[in-house]
Design a protein around this ligand. Structure first.
Ligand SMILES: Nc1ncnc2c1ncn2[C@@H]1O[C@H](COP(=O)(O)OP(=O)(O)OP(=O)(O)O)[C@@H](O)[C@H]1O
Ligand SMILES: [Mg+2]
Length: 522
């Protein structure tokens, strides 16, 4: 009997002639947590889709042994029955169904006679969400009532409910708050104790280091190294991933900040589902020419609602004014906001960022097609030139500009969304979690791009849950907590502690700068 629960040997996977996996091995022992690391497009998700039979046996080469026996699964149902459960990088919940229905989807508890046993499902779902430290969650409500972080934990509840022997988590923490991540890591430790193995994929390497026993690094579809975590540290993992040392995480910031160009006045947003509740409560702020303003806060603080309202993309009732260059502008729809000079890279690229059936290039040029039209026809050569330029600028990894965007790795889809939103040449750029799922090297490129845009005079508003990133590139940091502005800091000597304290409102120092006159009036 093998000491391994899982052995993958020599896995090769091609997409229309392009090798995404080029002979990869991966082994996992019972109760072991293996961190699978690699840059965007390295092949992590593809390898896990081979394992879980999203790509069935026969569509790839190589061998999988599971509990010492060959595994030749043709469907996810078969791999789940064997005890392999995958939580995908992109969430797979059905928003309209309740939390409990989602957790039991395809595994419903039925009464004799076949009717749904809702009582039993609600009770079990309730236990699960409590285990995941979400006691306030109502499992009878539709999933769409809950934000990204909670939805991710619902996915995890669903997976735990399937009694996995091997749990695959592909970027589970990208939309979780610090406290939710702590819960997640505790759950994984708990599962390990119970003998459940994990494959953990994350670009947040401190998490990987905290929870994984073994690290496997892949690069360009090839296996690079497998080592016990005890022999590694984060810097070492990074250099294995990228094949070189990375010395700086953030580019130098050297740009001038000019006069106030953008103002949000008295923005208030009401909860879509509970219209009597405010998600954003009377927030006003301004941004200067060439200024990068980071918006920090806990998940659920109202940051996404705030920036969506600025861009005409907030679905619920809201009020307030948006001013650009001393004039109020119409932001009642995203299109009007774009015409006025605003652009936004949304948090949820699957829902709002990409058009899945279109190619990478078409997605990038979608919002500016009229720029390429010559006498009623699209000048495809000019369009392609722009696309190639963007692909090079962002080092976007794609087999071709014509590949459907869903064929890109998660991090590369994010880069494509960014490229798309830069095409209209906005004067105000709003970014909501711009580096979610992006690898360390590519993050640097995105930061560089943001800083370059600021240097050209663009006013940048960046929502991010990663405090080091907020502090790494912002000129000013706004802190939002429970829908209110709780701090406005010049980013000089600003610490994570100060920002966090403001976010949770413990001994908050509201500001470290004198109030500007126009803000005093507002
Ligand atoms: N359906 C597909 N069609 C064509 N190419 C694909 C498809 N799926 C993946 N690829 C390609 O395979 C390579 C590996 O992609 P994969 O999604 O496995 O990367 P990843 O390591 O998970 O990256 P990330 O960290 O960005 O999520 C990429 O170059 C990608 O473009
Ligand atoms: Mg991936």
């Amino acid at each position: 009997m093998s000491e391994y629960l899982l052995e993958m040997r020599g896995i090769v996977k091609e997409f229309s002639g392009v090798r995404a996996l080029n002979g990869i091995d991966l082994k996992v022992r019972p109760g072991e947590c293996v961190g699978l690391c690699g840059e965007n497009g390295a092949g992590k998700s593809t390898l896990m889709k081979v394992l879980s039979a999203v790509y069935p046996h026969g569509t790839w080469e190589g061998e999988i042994r599971w509990e010492g026996q060959p595994l030749q699964a043709r469907s996810i149902r078969e791999t789940e029955a064997a005890g392999i459960v995958i939580i995908h990088q992109e969430l797979m919940l059905v928003p309209q169904l309740s939390v409990a229905e989602n957790i039991f989807l395809g595994h419903e508890i039925t009464l004799p006679g076949g009717r749904m046993n809702y009582a039993a499902m609600y009770q079990r779902a309730d236990e699960l969400v409590r285990e995941l430290k979400m006691p306030e969650m109502n499992v009878a409500l539709p999933v769409l009532n809950y934000g990204g972080g909670h939805q991710q934990l619902i996915e995890i509840a669903k997976a735990i409910n399937k009694r996995a022997k091997l749990l695959i988590l592909d970027e589970p923490s990208s939309s979780l708050s610090a406290s939710e991540i702590a819960v997640l890591l505790d759950i994984i430790r708990d599962l390990k104790q119970k003998g459940v193995a994990c494959v953990y994929i994350s670009h947040k390497l401190d998490e990987v280091a905290a929870v994984c026993d073994t690290i496997s690094v892949i690069r360009d579809g090839r296996h690079i190294a497998t080592q016990p975590m005890t022999t590694l540290d984060v810097d070492h993992i990074v250099s294995l991933m990228v094949g070189r040392e990375i010395d700086a995480l953030y580019p130098p910031r050297e740009h001038d900040v000019g006069e106030v160009v953008f103002e949000a006045r008295n923005i208030t947003c009401f909860d879509v589902n509970r219209p009597e509740r405010k998600k954003v409560d009377d927030i006003s702020f301004s941004v200067r020419r060439g200024e990068i303003v980071g918006i920090a806060g806990l998940v659920g603080a109202g940051r996404t609602e705030l920036v969506s309202a600025l861009f005409g993309a907030y679905p619920g009732k809201h009020s307030g004014e948006v001013w650009l260059n001393g004039q109020q502008i119409d932001v009642s729809t995203p299109l009007k906001a774009i015409r006025a000079g605003l652009c936004m890279v949304p948090e949820d690229r699957k829902q709002h960022g990409i058009v899945p059936d279109l190619g990478v290039g078409q997605n990038i040029t979608l919002s500016v097609l009229d720029q390429f039209s010559r006498r009623g026809k699209v000048d495809q050569e000019a369009e392609l030139q722009t696309v190639h330029g963007e692909i090079a600028r962002l080092r976007l990894k794609t087999a071709s500009p014509f590949l459907p965007i869903t064929g890109l790795s998660g991090g590369n889809q994010q880069k494509a969304v960014l490229a798309k939103m830069l095409q209209p040449k906005p004067r105000v750029l709003i970014l909501d979690e711009p580096t979610r799922g992006v690898d360390v090297g590519a993050k640097y490129e995105i930061y560089k791009l943001i800083i370059d845009l600021a240097a050209e005079g663009v006013a940048v508003i960046m929502v991010s849950s990663e405090l080091p990133e907020v502090l790494g590139i912002s000129d000013r940091v706004l802190v939002v907590g429970e829908g209110r502005l709780r701090g406005d800091f010049i980013n000089q000597g600003l610490t994570q502690e100060t920002v966090l304290a403001a976010a949770i409102n413990v001994n908050a120092i509201p500001s470290n700068q004198p109030a500007a006159p126009e803000e005093a009036v507002a």
